[in-house]
Ligand binder design. Structure first.
Ligand SMILES: [Zn+2]
Length: 430
């Protein structure tokens, strides 16, 4: 991704730098060659030349670009589990994924970690974004997911003889788990997404208290993935599944729903981040029935919501790290609503706006393994910034309103928001 040339000054706003420190009023950020040179009180900012670009934050907020820590670029209008896989041909889903990526950037998300994708679409989407062919967040790709045979993601009955080829690699035993990871190594993914547990969405045989992989399978995934410098995460609801994942050496935990004291201790011992993706549970309860969701599934989502809220609060209180992201792409939880997760964490879970923003920026970047490059507004980091017309500490819901975004900036280039220039596509197809 190309960096800007020249100098940019963003001024006349408060600075929320993503480190969790209180906002600095009347701040300025100076960007040079796409990287942050200065971030602090306007009074202390260095002199710049007369040709510097000035961005007026209009008394609003200057902050890091947001990080979607659980992004499914290939999910689109999903109303039931089957829609995740073969609802559309792969060619069409690829186009939809690029639309979702552009939308995420317009929503202020300058980086995103894939939480699983149909085929290798996210691997190639990432490449197209890196080559400035398609607008979107800086990505970490996951490709296809891994689940035990007959687990949550193995829903096609055998008589149909169609398997789960597009979305999931199904494994029986450690040998097959190793083979699946090796396939992903060749696909070029960075994160291996697994399914240690079931979910409220499958109440008959794979509910949220069910295990969908054995410890041996999970451990085989981790040792193989780590050998190839890949990271491992997993859909973890059931308490035992969370512990299996932590003991097997997982790098992050998705959801971390039913965490007991022992699970929390295991989590904190290695400072493993959790991505709760919790607003999905609330919106499923509220809107799922309009899309044919059964009462049993709604009840399961309610139990998941309550358990997940309690676990997220405990992780934060204990000094753990959480990422903000959340399974957008369902019919009742569409792409574009990403920042509803942040409002939900402030207004429902009880995190402060500063804590929530720290999770959505700094910790998101750390989860991606790129905390030294972006995620906070500090000298030396990439100028991946969001300039908002308003005080996001007073009203976190401003982050849901992209019409309030003055600028969404990647590497010093204004890519979206009111100040964005019309898009020109580069011909660099390397
Ligand atoms: Zn997900």
């Amino acid at each position: 991704m190309k960096l800007a040339t020249g100098t940019m000054v963003i001024e006349n706003g408060q600075l929320v730098d993503g480190t969790g420190k209180p906002a600095i009023p009347s701040a300025a950020v100076v960007v040079e060659q796409g990287k942050i040179r200065y971030a602090g009180p306007a009074a202390g900012r260095p002199q710049v030349g007369p040709d510097a670009t000035i961005v007026n934050a209009r008394g609003g907020t200057i902050m890091p670009g947001l990080v979607e820590a659980h992004f499914h670029p290939t999910y689109f209008n999903v109303a039931e589990l089957q829609d995740l896989d073969i609802k559309y041909p792969v060619e069409y889903v690829t186009l939809l994924a690029s639309v979702n990526a552009k939308l995420a950037l317009e929503c202020g998300y300058t980086a995103a970690r894939s939480g699983g994708s149909l085929f290798n679409i996210d691997v190639w989407l990432k490449k197209a974004i890196e080559n400035d062919l398609v607008l979107g967040p800086r990505m970490a790709a996951s490709g296809r997911e891994i689940c035990g045979v007959a687990g949550l993601m193995d829903w096609n009955p055998d008589f149909r003889k169609i398997g789960m080829e597009g979305l999931v690699l199904l494994v029986n035993g450690a040998e097959e788990a190793r083979a699946a990871v090796r396939k992903l190594v060749k696909d070029g993914v960075e994160w291996v997404k697994t399914y240690p547990t079931g979910d409220a969405a499958a109440p008959d045989v794979n509910d949220h208290h069910t295990l969908c992989m054995t410890f041996d399978e999970m451990h085989a995934v981790v040792t193989t993935a780590h050998n190839h410098s890949m990271k491992v995460t997993g859909h973890c609801r059931a308490t035992e599944g969370i512990k299996n994942a932590l003991r097997a050496g997982y790098d992050t935990i998705e959801h971390g729903t039913f965490m007991d004291d022992e699970a929390l201790d295991l989590l904190l011992a290695r400072n493993v981040p959790v991505v709760p993706a919790l607003y999905f549970e609330l919106v499923s309860i509220e809107r799922g029935p309009d899309f044919g969701m059964s009462q049993r599934v709604v009840d399961g989502h309610r139990e998941t919501l309550e358990g997940g809220v309690e676990s997220a609060r405990r992780v934060l209180r204990a000094g753990g790290r959480l990422g903000m992201g959340g399974d957008y792409g369902f019919a009742w939880n569409p792409h574009g609503d990403y920042a509803k997760e942040l409002s939900f964490f402030v207004n429902y879970v009880g995190f402060t706006p500063l804590e929530t923003i720290q999770c959505a920026t700094r910790y998101g970047a750390e989860i991606m393994g790129r905390g030294n490059e972006f995620g906070t507004v500090e000298p030396g980091k990439l100028a991946d910034l969001l300039v908002v017309d308003g005080d996001v500490i007073k009203d976190i819901r401003l982050l849901e309103q992209r019409q309030k975004f003055i600028a969404v900036i990647q590497g010093g280039v204004i890519k979206a928001g009111q100040l964005a220039a019309p898009v020109t596509t580069s011909a660099n197809m390397s």
